[in-house]
Design a binder for this molecule. Structure first.
Ligand code: NAD
Ligand code: IPM
Ligand code: MN
Length: 370
């Protein structure tokens, strides 16, 4: 019996998680597995009602589970960042889910790339540091930036001119990584490459501009490459964006700092068949991991039965793989493949079915596929 905390969240999160749960139920009927599901009311509705984001109580509840199955958060009624940082980022850091794994493989014929291209990439995104640490501030005092503030930044070795700059408004956001943080993440990347039999790790950065931050990143990846005896390739993030569209088959394990990983994995989603099929796992090697689609709450289509549930269903697959039942993960993937072959799909993939009908079809295929 696996104890799963279910957090559907906002917008289409609610709709797609319902279909993922259908598939979990179908697995229980077909295979020797059972799930106990606890639903947690975390998201914009509760925030608007009570002002709560991720509370101590939520954290205690979540901690009692083997995994968290998450939909999405984000609501046009709430200012950007409040729910995202207060719930999602907070969950990732609270449970120290320091790796975000986001596979990208060609789902023929739904990849917009050439039909003959086959690729199987696993993006690993550092998930707790970089520009996501919330180390930022904005000043608007109408009197120019105070000398005192400049002095503090200067003392912290944050380059700032002490003479010029009398702007009234001033904002900064610091990208910060620790040696420990990069080392444990790089360890995970090289171990993954070894486990999957990949011959290299591609590490993405912008070391030609952010020399301090990504200089340290490069140095540590080089050390780890030697330690593990696995080749390392450095790619600048701009060139990587181009290469992912031009020649994704060149890549296997792609290691990204947090922010670049966010951006590149939306490209990874699009080249495989769209955001509607992209799943992700926030992995805490020693704690509770969380599994979710890569997409957000999609307010533009929420409540209309248009959302593609496949990303959420494949997130359930990643969860089951992670719980140690790869045999069942394979079943889910085969059921999804069958739905694609039979065109039991939502409109974003050229189909005519609703979210529910697509989920029904995939749940039905669970008992048929071998
Ligand atoms: P989004 O991923 O919600 O949507 C981007 C586009 O893709 C939209 O046109 C949407 O309709 C479409 N789309 C997304 N998922 C789809 C699906 N399953 N089926 C069919 N079409 C789908 O990104 P956004 O519009 O930039 O953000 C909306 C809100 O979601 C924001 O508040 C944002 O902060 C939040 N967000 C949350 C998460 C998360 O919870 N992990 C991820 C990304 C964005
Ligand atoms: C994602 C999302 C989140 C991120 C946002 C909503 C905080 O875009 O999971 O990709 O930037 O990590
Ligand atoms: Mn994103």
């Amino acid at each position: 019996m696996y104890k799963i905390a279910v957090v559907p969240g906002d917008g289409i999160g609610q709709e797609v998680i319902a279909e993922g749960v259908k598939v979990l139920n179908a697995l229980e009927e077909t295979a020797d597995v059972s799930f106990s599901l606890d639903y947690l009311d975390i998201g914009s509705e509760r925030y608007l009602r009570t002002g709560e984001l991720l509370t101590e109580n939520d954290i205690d509840d979540l901690r009692k589970h083997d995994a968290i199955y998450f939909g999405a958060i984000g609501d046009p009624r709430v200012a950007p960042g409040i729910l995202e940082k207060g719930i999602l980022i907070s969950m990732r850091t609270t449970f120290d889910q320091y790796v975000n794994t986001r596979p990208s493989k060609a789902w023929h014929p739904y990849t917009p790339l050439k039909e003959e291209k086959d690729f199987d990439i696993i993006f690993l995104r550092e998930n707790t540091e970089d520009f996501y640490m919330g180390a930022g501030s904005r000043f608007s005092n109408g009197k120019g930036v105070s000398l005192d503030l400049k002095r503090k930044l200067y003392d912290a070795k944050i380059t700032v001119s002490m003479e010029a700059n009398t702007d009234d408004e001033f904002a900064f956001e610091i990208g910060m990584m620790s040696r420990k943080g990069i080392e444990r993440f790089a360890d995970y990347c090289f171990k993954t490459a070894k486990d999957l039999g990949k011959d290299k790790v591609t590490a993405v950065d912008k070391a030609n501009v952010c020399t301090s931050l990504y200089g340290m990143w490069r140095e540590i990846f080089k050390q780890k490459s030697q330690e593990y005896g696995i080749a390392l390739e450095h790619m600048y993030v701009d060139a990587m964006a181009m290469a992912l569209v031009r020649a994704p088959e060149r890549f296997g394990v792609v290691a990204c700092p947090n922010m670049f990983g966010d951006i590149l994995t939306d490209i990874g989603a699009e080249i495989m068949g769209g955001l509607g099929v992209a799943a992700s796992g926030n992995i805490s090697p020693s704690g509770v991991s969380m599994f979710e689609p890569v997409h957000g709450s999609a307010p533009d289509i929420a409540g209309q039965g248009k959302a593609n549930p496949i990303a959420a269903i494949l997130a359930a697959k990643l969860m089951i793989d992670n719980l140690g039942r790869r045999d069942l993960g394979i079943l889910i993937e085969k059921a999804v493949r069958k739905a694609m072959d039979n065109k039991d799909l939502t409109a974003d993939m050229g189909g005519h079915l609703s979210t529910k009908q697509t989920g029904d079809a995939i749940a039905k295929y669970i008992s048929i596929v071998e």
